[in-house]
Design a protein around this ligand. Structure first.
Ligand code: URA
Length: 215
């Protein structure tokens, strides 16, 4: 299992502006898109490519194309939606599925409240996108969901991660799946979770900051 925290001054600069409490939703959304593109550029190293022959105006040469079946990008609702366009800017041929997973507060079991994915994901490379890897609960449930439908390889792209959540996801994958099939790309590794599961210093509630308070 590969865990990569991307370290680049442009990424840090954009993340700083995004975290800032005074950044309004339109700029916040724009930054989420740009940051997602930068992270997707790095995570694209996980994608399968195939060699192709092509002809330029000057002659024949060899190039690369994304292998089929194309990766399936799955934003985890709701905040994952904000990352989608940035990822598609980098991998426009990707297919897109949608997944909404929440915990039933009584049973603590994962409940899938929205699902628009192919019935079979056999052999597919699934790219899960969710801005905040906080407790790791939703990501673990999403991983189980796509793996149990046959996904072969899973790449997770998150803007921010907390050490507690990353450990939980790592332990879960190691216990239940082949870790070789997994990678996680992060824009920053933050300090900790607070007592209600928010990332510190973080950026607050990513969905609220993108779309306003839906409460
Ligand atoms: N989800 C968020 O939007 N923010 C956090 O800090 C943790 C989970």
């Amino acid at each position: 299992m590969r865990i990569k925290v991307i370290d680049h001054p442009i990424l840090r600069q954009k993340m700083s502006l995004m975290r800032e409490i005074k950044t309004p939703p339109p700029l916040f959304r724009q930054l989420v898109r740009e940051i997602s593109g930068l992270l997707a550029y790095e995570a694209a190293q996980e994608i399968a490519f195939t060699k192709i022959q092509l002809e330029t105006p000057m002659g024949k040469t060899e190039g690369l194309a994304i292998a089929k079946p194309y990766p399936l990008v799955v934003p985890i609702l709701r905040a994952g939606l904000g990352m989608l366009e940035g990822v598609l800017d980098v991998v426009p041929v990707a297919e897109v599925g949608f997944l909404g997973i929440a915990r039933d507060e009584e049973t603590l079991m994962p409940v899938t409240y929205a699902n628009r994915l192919p019935d079979s994901l056999a052999g597919r490379h699934v790219i899960l996108i969710d801005p905040m890897l906080a407790t790791g609960g939703t990501l673990n449930d999403s991983i189980d969901y796509v793996k149990s439908r046959g996904a072969q390889k899973v790449t997770c792209i998150c803007m921010l991660g907390a050490p507690e959540g990353i450990k939980k996801v790592q332990d879960h994958i190691t216990k239940n799946w082949d870790p070789q099939d997994f990678s996680i790309y992060l824009g920053a590794l933050d300090e900790k979770l607070n007592e209600v599961g928010y990332i510190v210093p973080g950026l607050g509630d990513a969905g609220d900051r993108m779309y306003g308070l839906a409460k």
